[in-house]
Design a binder for this molecule. Structure first.
Ligand SMILES: [Fe+2]
Length: 279
């Protein structure tokens, strides 16, 4: 992104990530969880998403790699990743040039004590997609995700107990729709919303509670131009979770979340969710 150092300042001081060093031209940030970093930014002329990263055991990462090779997906394996914590793994390219990086970290870092208004982890990313069905199929067949729900707007897929780690939103561009940072609880989301307002960043959607995933949310346009979310209480599902269809997720007229109190700045959000492209 342009002006990465200003973005870094915001991510640290206002969004409340913790700096975890600079390496290989990128600035890294961690949360209170056990990953050496959860987000990195680097200076560039245009905003873009270089990779969406998943961390797992070396067995899990090897399994994804084997499946992607068998499927003939574009793949690049690496060892000794130039990032805090290092690690080995692979980058697999999706149907719309999305880069999915799977990594087995060399050494997990110790968790920090949870704080009521500091993110615990990234819990999902939503990707705008031109062909949602193809992206969903790739996530399931090649990457090994499972479908949780489909609505008129998106397909939600998971890679662990959390209802979704990725979702694909119907769009005319392939871009980053938003990233969701998980807070300890509902209170943490509300405190985050207040802190953002104090810093001059009014909420653009929320507070509210989503349908699929049942999570509490507050959405913002970051000063660097992308959409970011504070969230909590994402539902956990079991293997027998029934995949929901669009007709299971209809709102009464005028509603856009379970509570019915949120307003949404659709114009601002639609512009921001198209800024960070893939490729
Ligand atoms: Fe979200």
């Amino acid at each position: 992104m342009p002006q990465a150092s200003a973005a870094a300042e915001f991510l640290q001081d206002t969004w409340r990530l913790l700096p975890s060093g600079s390496q290989g031209g990128a600035l890294f940030f961690r949360s209170t969880g056990s990953h050496p970093y959860i987000l990195s930014v680097r200076e560039a002329a245009q905003p873009a998403v270089l990779a969406i990263e998943f961390s797992g055991t070396s067995e899990a990462v090897a399994a994804v790699q084997a499946r992607a090779r068998a499927a003939g997906a574009p793949l690049q394996a690496f060892a000794g990743l130039d990032a805090p914590g290092g690690g080995a793994g692979c980058v697999i390219e999706g149907p719309e040039k999305q880069k999915y990086r799977f990594i087995a970290e060399d050494a997990p870092v110790a968790e920090l004590p949870p704080e009521r208004d500091r993110p615990l982890q990234i819990t999902h990313a939503v990707l705008n997609s031109v062909d949602v069905a193809a992206c969903e199929r790739f996530a399931v067949d090649v990457l090994g995700f499972r479908i949780s729900d489909r609505t008129k707007l998106m397909s939600f897929v998971r890679c662990n107990r959390k209802h979704h780690a990725l979702a694909y939103a119907h769009s005319d561009v392939s871009s980053l729709n938003h990233i969701a940072f998980e807070m300890n609880d509902f209170d943490g989301v509300m405190r985050g919303i207040g802190r953002m307002r104090d810093a001059g960043h009014d909420i653009v959607w929320g507070p509210g509670r989503h349908g699929p995933g049942n999570n509490v949310f507050g959405y913002f346009i970051a000063p660097f131009g992308g959409v970011i979310e504070y969230t909590a209480e994402v539902s956990e599902v079991t293997d027998d979770y029934r995949v929901g269809a669009p007709e299971d997720w209809k709102w009464p007229p005028g509603r856009i979340d379970q509570w019915g109190i949120s307003t949404k700045d659709t114009a601002q959000i639609s512009a921001a969710e198209r800024r960070f492209r893939f490729g």
